[in-house]
Design a binder for this molecule. Structure first.
Ligand code: HEM
Ligand SMILES: *[C@@H]1O[C@H](CO)[C@@H](O)[C@H](O)[C@H]1NC(C)=O
Ligand SMILES: *[C@@H]1O[C@H](CO)[C@@H](O)[C@H](O)[C@H]1NC(C)=O
Length: 261
């Protein structure tokens, strides 16, 4: 499954380089005259191998304002809430790669592939801008309106990146696919209570494990087949949705059960 995930993401990743070397020569109209393209820069890989406090004092939590974009990705939302990403939620390719590296130690190639997927699927790669939430007036439509006469929708929009059977977001056809849903989280807690590991710090049956995620995702799959008549669970979505379960285990681990010394 990992190789499928890698394949899907690397394909998306390879497209970004094409968008860099492919100036919109074939596109015409006033748009291009008014709006020169922005080359997408690839940030230098960090060579830092020590331990860092995250978030540090320079990155305090500030709740998003009414015009700040937040969306279906708890990782990106958190990074914006702490200023590792621009707090307005309008971000560039390099900002995503650097922020997920610094904030969550996400490895460079995976970060670049995900950022590329978001940028190409729901952003404006011509201007190197994508919204981590919904449509924003800060991001103009694509050259030649190749994705419609509107601002790019942002990653909240169902269909390309955002998809069904999420952990804490409802399927778009059923309910709120963008914001945290307490009933789904309660379901995850139920499965944690049933299958989770014991911890001397957080209590018995409190640690979310691979087993918890497997059982929970399978139950979500059965549930969605009953509730969602237009359920989309194709191989691409399969890879990203299970990838996101792995993100919870890998990136949201709190270190309680590890010896960090
Ligand atoms: C590298 C750039 C990233 C991009 C472009 C990205 C984008 C997204 C998108 C579009 C979704 C919604 C998919 C859905 O419909 O379920 C999502 C979900 C998710 N992301 Fe990210 N993400 C990134 C990095 C991260 C990081 C670093 C973390 C963890 C720290 C993370 C954790 C998650 C989780 C746990 C979900 C599932 C939420 C849920 O189902 O309730 N992501 N991400
Ligand atoms: C990391 O990179 C910086 C800047 O390029 C350099 O000054 C430093 O010596 C490097 N550190 C290590 C451990 O390689
Ligand atoms: C957790 O489980 C262990 C082993 O089953 C038991 O001895 C202990 O009392 C439990 N702790 C709590 C807080 O329930």
């Amino acid at each position: 499954m990992l190789s499928l995930l890698q394949t899907v993401l690397l394909c998306a990743g390879s497209l970004i380089s094409r968008s860099v070397v492919c100036p919109a020569g074939s596109l015409t109209g006033t748009y291009l005259a008014e709006q020169p393209g922005v080359p997408i820069s690839i940030p230098v890989t960090s060579n830092y191998t020590g331990i860092k406090k995250i978030p540090d004092d320079d990155h305090p939590f500030i709740a998003p304002g009414p015009d700040d974009q937040r969306g279906p990705c708890p990782g990106l939302n958190t990074l914006a809430n702490h200023g590792y990403l621009p707090r307005n939620g309008i971000v560039t390719f390099a900002q995503i790669v650097e922020a997920v590296g610094e904030g969550f130690n996400m490895e460079y190639d995976l970060a670049a592939a995900l950022a590329a997927f978001a940028m190409l699927g729901r952003g404006n790669a011509y201007l190197d801008l994508v919204s981590i939430g919904g449509e924003s007036p800060l991001i103009p439509p694509l050259p030649g309106f190749i994705d419609g006469h509107h601002a790019p929708y942002g990653i909240s929009k169902h269909g390309r990146f955002e998809g069904d059977m999420s952990i804490t977001r409802q399927d778009a056809a059923i309910g709120d696919n963008v914001n945290f849903q307490e009933d789904l989280y309660d379901e995850l807690l139920l499965y944690t209570g049933k299958y989770g590991d014991d911890s001397p710090v957080t209590g018995n049956s409190s640690v979310v494990t691979l087993k918890v995620m497997q059982e929970f995702k399978y139950s979500r799959f059965l549930e969605d087949q009953v509730k969602n008549p237009v359920l989309e669970y194709h191989p691409g979505r399969f890879a990203t949705s299970y990838g996101e379960a792995a993100f919870v285990l890998e990136f949201f681990s709190n270190g309680n059960c590890l010896d960090l010394h």
